[in-house]
Design a protein around this ligand. Structure first.
Ligand SMILES: Cc1ncc(COP(=O)(O)O)c(C=O)c1O
Length: 422
């Protein structure tokens, strides 16, 4: 197999670090998101189409990250881009907004189980923040319960005490509990009677740097009841999993109803729009919150979201296809791992599969494995869940496993002391 090198990418990154803090900041950078050793990281893309990206050096990758979620149909989808460009031509950022946002809110009300209304913004953090403010406005309470390790964005209250730039007051209303631990949640609610505005949670635990955990049987139904009994707003952060498990929302998929649900990534196949959807009972509270942004009424992303959701509905089984691709990769990885004597573990929902070589708690072996996959054209992340998409085929799954086979062989021969099979 060809082993990729990245001279042009490295040259561009060297330019970037001089003028951009961190070079590529945030989750698209070489450290925060992927944690791929820099020698294997391609840094920049030149173009992207379907399930593939080509980097600056012309190397082609099967992209298992779909831009960290947005590209649910695959890159450069003609139907969605056409709808967006047509809307853009008519007027994109205009003093008086167009009516596409109404069309999208109506479509979401038909699609998403709990959605009576939607308010649109740009990023996931915009809507998790609005959800929190809506819950506070509705309840007159301040405290927010979250699950340990969960990620809801980068606003001040999303951060942790001691993080650079964060004042203690920014996070003083946050309470953290362990995933799937109902007793701990009950204890926290009892200790803070009448003070908790909301519980905000991802639909299952797809935290980075750990095996992903599904809800225990009955977990969500018990959480729902605790919220009802204590006047707490239940917010589901479906920014990452939204539309991949169930077009009606991941709460629907797991058999319960959220009060508020946050969408972003897969909403418009890469066009920048996020949505907070909610029940009628919280509409007044939401409209009482002062909330806006310079580009929040931009027309093209609304048109893209409408085209994307219609295309998802028109697909014979969009979540089923993404699940099948993920199952193929999970099963294939575990099998090929076992053939080489590795405990290569795949967890979480298949359309957002998470991988880890469980033979080594330092994660170094896993990073080595991922680096060898990336250098052969399979773009995986070391410590983040992946995202399957509708452009992927069985051929991509087979190629991914073939690459993993060779990568494991390389890692095994590099560590004879561990007794793996090359
Ligand atoms: C579960 C979850 N919530 C919120 C966010 C924040 O979204 P954004 O980065 O668009 O602000 C993310 C981003 O990855 C996420 O995965």
């Amino acid at each position: 197999m060809e082993i990729y090198d990245y001279p042009k990418n490295r040259e561009a990154f060297a330019r970037a670090v001089k003028v951009i803090p961190g070079g590529i900041y945030g989750h698209l950078g070489p450290t925060e998101g992927c944690h791929i050793p820099a020698s294997a990281y391609p840094f920049y893309s030149e173009r992207a189409e379907g399930a593939y990206i080509w980097d600056l050096d012309g190397n082609k990758f099967i992209d298992h990250l779909a831009a960290y979620g947005p590209m649910i149909q695959g890159y450069a989808d003609e139907d969605i881009n056409k709808a967006a460009f047509e809307a853009n031509k008519l007027g994109d950022v205009v003093t008086l907004p167009g009516t596409l946002s109404i069309d999208l809110a109506e479509l979401l009300a038909e699609t998403v189980n709990i959605a009576d209304w939607s308010l649109f913004a740009k990023n996931g953090a915009d809507v998790t923040n609005l959800a929190m403010m809506t819950a506070r406005a509705a309840t007159g309470r301040n405290k927010i319960v979250m699950f340990k390790g969960c990620y809801h964005g980068t606003n001040m209250w999303h951060q942790h005490e001691g993080d650079p730039g964060v004042a203690p007051g920014d996070v003083e209303n946050n309470i953290y509990v362990e995933w799937n631990n109902i007793q701990q949640l009950k204890d926290v609610i009892n200790a803070n009677k009448g003070e908790i505005a909301a519980i905000i949670a991802m639909p299952y635990n797809h935290t980075v740097f750990q095996d992903n955990e599904l809800p225990a049987p009955g977990f969500w139904q018990q959480v729902r009841k605790l919220c009802d009994d204590n006047g707490i707003v239940l917010i589901i952060d479906d920014v990452r999993a939204g539309f991949r498990l169930d077009l009606a929302g991941s709460d629907h998929y797991f058999g319960f109803e959220a009060d508020l649900i946050c969408f972003c990534k897969a909403l418009a196949n890469g066009w920048n729009v996020s949505a907070l959807c909610g029940k009628d009972s919280l509409k007044q509270a939401c409209s009482s919150v002062m909330y806006t942004g310079s580009y929040w009424h931009t027309a093209a992303p609304f048109a893209a979201a409408i085209a994307n959701i219609k295309k998802l509905h028109a697909h014979p089984d969009a979540p089923g296809h993404m699940r099948q691709i993920g199952e193929g990769i999970m099963e294939g990885m575990e099998k090929v791992g076992a053939n080489h004597g590795f405990h290569l573990k795949a967890t979480g929902e298949p359309s957002l599969f998470y991988l880890r070589i469980a033979d080594d708690d330092s994660f170094k072996l896993h990073q080595e494995f991922i680096a060898e996959c990336v250098k052969r054209g399979s773009l995986l992340a070391s410590h983040h869940n992946h995202f399957t998409n509708l452009a992927e085929t069985q051929e991509d799954v087979d190629k991914t496993i073939e690459i993993a086979d060779e990568a494991l062989s390389v890692v095994a021969s590099r560590h004879p002391e561990m007794g793996f099979t090359a």
